[in-house]
Design a protein. Sequence first.
Length: 281
Amino acid sequence: MTILFDYDTAIVAMDLSIQPKYENVQLDDDHDEAGSNTEVEDSLMGDEKKWRNHDDFQTAPQRRRNKVLSVLRTAHTYLNTVLLLGILAVIVRQQLSSSVPARWEIGGDFTGVAPPTFGQQITTFKMDQSYAPDNTSEFFTDDVLQRWNALMPKGMGFVWVNDTHKYHDLPTPVEWPDKTVFTTSMTHQLHCLFAIVQTYSGLKANVTLPSDHHWHMVHCFDYMRQAIMCSADIALEGHETTFPDKNGGSDGWDSKHVCKDYGQVKSYLESVRAYDDQLIY
């Protein structure tokens, strides 16, 4: 028995027998993949719906809360800014109030030699005729003279200044051997006032006066005028209590004045004195 084998036919037969199996598998895979994709999409859509429902539930109160928080944050920022500016203003004001008055204190030193400030005190003016007695002849007694001398610091306000290059606007020094020396206005004013009282008392009591009293008085009148205008004390004064004619004016007594601590001023002037004399004239 002869068996004829057709290779091509066998190959075709094999292809036909195998092909449906692969096609079935391919179809099954496509179906499964589509189903899987649908399930994933359904799951994601369900989750998204849940999140959307949650957001919808929270939106209204959260928006109100966020608006309130936003307003509070803005107000807090604004308040902090205002407070910061206020603090800066206070700091600047304190710096200015501590530096400018220190440098330009009324009745103070401009050159930088003397301390910038002295202590202050409230002083009530009281009548005291022991420096200018009503009986003008008494002015020339030792007791009255010692009272005037005691007003002066040791050194009489003549100060010895070293390292003059450290300072500015220094006047021409007074003549002094081996030292750079200046006097001070307060002691100069006291000296002038003493000379005025001395001249008046001498004329009134017919006491011989120094030969230079005329030009000295002319100088002191103008010097004291400018000194009074410079300090410009504006303390309020009330009705007089000591005028003989009771003219209704003011004698200046019992009024309160803002003054330098005179003890501090004297101590400072004595600490820088050029010599040790303590005389008013």
